[in-house]
Design a protein around this ligand. Structure first.
Ligand code: SF4
Ligand code: FE
Length: 483
């Protein structure tokens, strides 16, 4: 099988009998649910764009092991050029969807596990690299979307996994059998899990030998027995049930997260990539987090492009575009957004080969990238709200606008400059609201803070990678200090 079309992807997800719950009810057909569908459309875009010749260079790659063309989301990075193209692909998709298109977590998991499994096998004589490569080729061959599941619920944050009063607060092995393992636990805020064919689980922290049962990585399909998803609430999510197209801001695309519960799920031996080798848990976490922090220098920049464009558009519609402070705010937004892109490109260009042969980003620069992402989108949103004016949160609803009695009043009083319809002004305001505060804020503003790790996680890595000792050496040499 070659690359799937977007439609084939949707139908392939429709066939998976997964257990999805939302608002206390089981969702029988998540693919057709109006609240969930926009998030599926975002993943669909990763398939649709891969079909277009003009994007082939970014959206596809050739796997040197098989010689086959694969979607770049299923590709192992073979050089810094691949790392740079990954970021450019993510910016492109951010621009096209203004949402989280979800498929990156699997790609980042593939690349982290590829190099880690190789190093575990080398040291411990295990068979994880072979297991993983077989899984990867199956994914590539069938052009699948894989969720990467890392974040455990974590319970009492001051305690290690094995010290938790409830032992399930980190996902763990509860039974070892000749043919595989049985796992129990949960992974929190899993972006796009219900739009995936399979899920790859990884540990969430570095571990000590006492955490042996928690050092586990594996892949299972979404319809595996014991897997259940509870969809996360998003602000304004029920606007998608109202039937209009203005108030949702971005009617076509969105993102979705779910609490993903593993209630005694069986994993066969050939789908296991880590099982008790605690000293490698930290390596897997660090590499996955590094790749995903690189990713944010692409996807968030693409969404930022849309937000800057929306802010410039509302300035036009308000008749404020010529004001010097508006121009300056748009320059500032652009400067911040491109700074994030610089970080994404830099950590890619400075990537290096791992023992397994794939390429890892520069970890220091990737963490600096994500640290900036925890800040700059907030400032970009602040400036967008400033430019938009208070009407971004006070405008009447689409139903008022369509009402025979109220519509003409809304039409008259919410108008901006001559030549621009009130409807278009409302549309761009709702898009800004969606990106800043609404459902897309999950994928832009708040996700910029916590996605790929909260700010302190990057600061720990920056401290570890910053090499202050070498910098002291530079200063002492120039100061003529001999100790
Ligand atoms: Fe991809 Fe960005 Fe969503 Fe992560 S947050 S899955 S990098 S689009
Ligand atoms: Fe994310």
């Amino acid at each position: 099988m070659s690359l799937m079309t977007g439609e084939q992807y949707i139908e392939s997800i429709r066939k998976i009998k997964m257990q999805v719950y939302m608002f206390g009810e089981k969702i029988e057909s998540p693919v057709d649910d109006p609240i969930l569908r926009p998030s599926l459309n975002s993943v669909r875009a990763t398939y649709d764009l891969a079909q277009k010749p003009e994007y082939a260079d970014l959206m596809t790659a050739v796997d040197p092991d098989t010689g086959k063309t694969v979607n770049r989301f299923a590709h192992i990075h073979r050089g810094t050029e691949d790392l740079v193209k990954k970021v450019k692909m993510q910016r492109l998709l951010g621009q096209q969807t203004a949402a989280c298109f979800q498929r990156c977590v699997g790609m980042d998991a593939f690349n982290a596990i590829y190099s880690t499994a190789y190093e575990i096998d080398k040291k411990r004589g295990t068979n994880y690299f072979e297991n993983f490569k077989n899984f990867l080729h199956y994914v590539q061959e069938n052009d699948l979307t894989i969720d990467g599941a890392m974040t455990d619920p974590k319970g009492d944050r001051s305690l290690a996994p094995h010290e938790q009063p409830d032992p399930d607060m980190y996902l763990r092995v509860v039974e070892r059998r000749p043919d595989g393992i049985v796992v129990r636990g949960a992974k929190a805020h899993q972006t796009g899990v219900l739009n995936s064919h399979e899920v790859i689980v990884m540990p969430t922290v570095a571990m000590s030998p006492d955490d042996k049962d928690y050092a586990v990585s594996f892949a299972v399909p979404l319809d595996v027995k014991g897997l259940l998803l509870i969809i996360g609430r998003q602000s304004c999510d029920t606007r998608k049930l109202e039937g209009g197209s203005i108030d949702v801001g971005n009617a076509e695309y969105g993102g979705v997260e779910a609490l993903t519960v593993f209630d005694d799920v069986f994993v066969p031996n050939d789908r296991i990539f880590l099982n008790g080798e605690t000293e490698f848990a930290g390596m897997m976490v660090e590499r996955f987090a590094g790749y995903h922090r690189q990713s944010y220098g692409g996807c968030k920049v693409g969404v930022g492009d849309v937000l800057i464009g929306a802010a410039a558009t509302i300035a036009d519609y308000n008749g404020a575009a010529k004001a010097s402070h508006i121009k300056d705010k748009l320059i500032e937004m652009t400067h911040l957004n491109e700074t994030l892109y610089c970080c994404g490109i830099a950590c890619s260009a400075e990537g290096a080969k791992t023992e397994s042969g794939n390429y890892l980003i520069n970890l220091l620069l990737a963490n600096v990238c994500k640290q900036n992402v925890t800040r700059f989108p907030y400032e970009i949103v602040r400036l967008a709200e400033d430019i938009a004016g208070g009407v971004v949160v006070t405008a009447p609803s689409e139903k008022d606008f369509r009402d025979p009695k109220l519509g003409p009043i809304v039409e008259k009083y919410l108008k901006g400059v001559q030549g621009v319809s009130t409807e278009n002004r409302l549309r761009i305001l709702r898009l800004i609201e969606n990106l800043a505060l609404g459902t897309a804020a999950v994928g832009y503003r708040t996700e910029s803070m916590h996605g790929a790790g909260s700010p302190q996680a990057q600061r720990i890595m920056i401290a570890r990678q910053g090499n202050i000792a070498a910098k002291k050496g530079l200063a002492k040499a120039l100061a003529g200090i001999k100790e």
